[in-house]
Design a protein around this ligand. Structure first.
Ligand code: AMP
Length: 241
């Protein structure tokens, strides 16, 4: 978020830069959700998190939620068809016209090939840019097992970003919860799933060229600065570069 030096308030979201479709890639716990929220504020475009959409389905008790729950609790992926359909429905909404941040999707080569086709088929849409956040394994473990979330989606960490009162959201006083898949056992499974199924997706976008890697082992604000700069560079690339 940019702070206006005259008013000391957050500056309005940038509206003259067109972000287009942005993929935020990276292992569980690299900070995709946190960074997506900053980019949302900076550019005024929505975050589309497949993990959040699935958790929303679980909370509502839908059929999709029932199917997804046990897979998520074991650190495994929900099937490509179900997730692709969920993303297709979300991309049909009008708030995506200037762009959007896909967070946690695509996670398999099948999903990547599907989304490449889906986006290319929409007239007037900018090409996909992909930004991969990289963080060391030990840091990830700390981030995942220390993560606590408010019902409104604010993210804290008991080690690196604790709330003022333990277990309570600073902003709205709600009780913070730990995601059921943020235990060390499930984290290990999620990392195995990432290496086997999602690492090839990162390579897929690296090969396509409109791709940058950002070091996520830095202060949250610095990571945001670097992602924003990478996004602007990637959008200046010509159609074939
Ligand atoms: P996240 O909140 O992105 O860490 O996702 C939590 C869990 O939701 C993952 O461990 C998967 O079980 C499931 N999930 C989220 N996104 C996807 C996806 N693109 N494909 C398959 N499963 C997903």
């Amino acid at each position: 978020m940019t702070i206006d030096s005259a008013t000391h308030r957050p500056a309005p979201a940038e509206t003259n830069f067109l972000p287009g479709p942005v993929l935020l890639l990276g292992a569980p716990g690299v900070g995709k959700g946190t960074q997506a929220k900053s980019l949302m504020a900076e550019f005024g475009i929505p975050q589309i998190s497949t993990g959040d959409l699935l958790r929303g389905n679980i909370a509502k008790g839908t059929e999709l939620g029932k199917t997804a729950r046990s897979l998520m609790d074991q650190g495994q992926l929900v099937s490509d068809d179900l997730v692709n359909q969920m993303v297709a429905d979300r991309l049909a909404q009008p708030d995506v016209v200037r762009g959007y941040i896909l967070d946690g999707f695509p996670r398999t080569l099948n999903q990547a090939e599907w989304v490449d086709r889906e986006i290319a088929s929409k007239a007037g849409t900018l090409p996909i840019v992909a930004i991969s956040i990289v963080v060391s394994y030990d840091q990830l473990l700390h981030r995942i097992t220390g993560r606590r979330i408010s019902p409104a989606g604010r993210i804290y960490n008991v080690y690196s970003n604790p709330p003022v009162v333990s277990g309570i959201c600073d902003v709205d006083g709600s009780v913070l919860v730990q995601r059921s898949d943020d235990s060390e056992v499930v984290f290990t499974e999620r990392m195995k799933t990432f290496e086997a199924q999602t690492a090839p997706v990162v390579e897929h976008y690296r090969r396509q060229g409109r791709f940058e890697e950002v070091n996520g082992d830095q202060a949250v604000e610095q990571v945001t600065v670097e992602i924003t700069a990478a996004l602007k560079r990637l959008r200046q690339k010509g159609p074939k570069s």
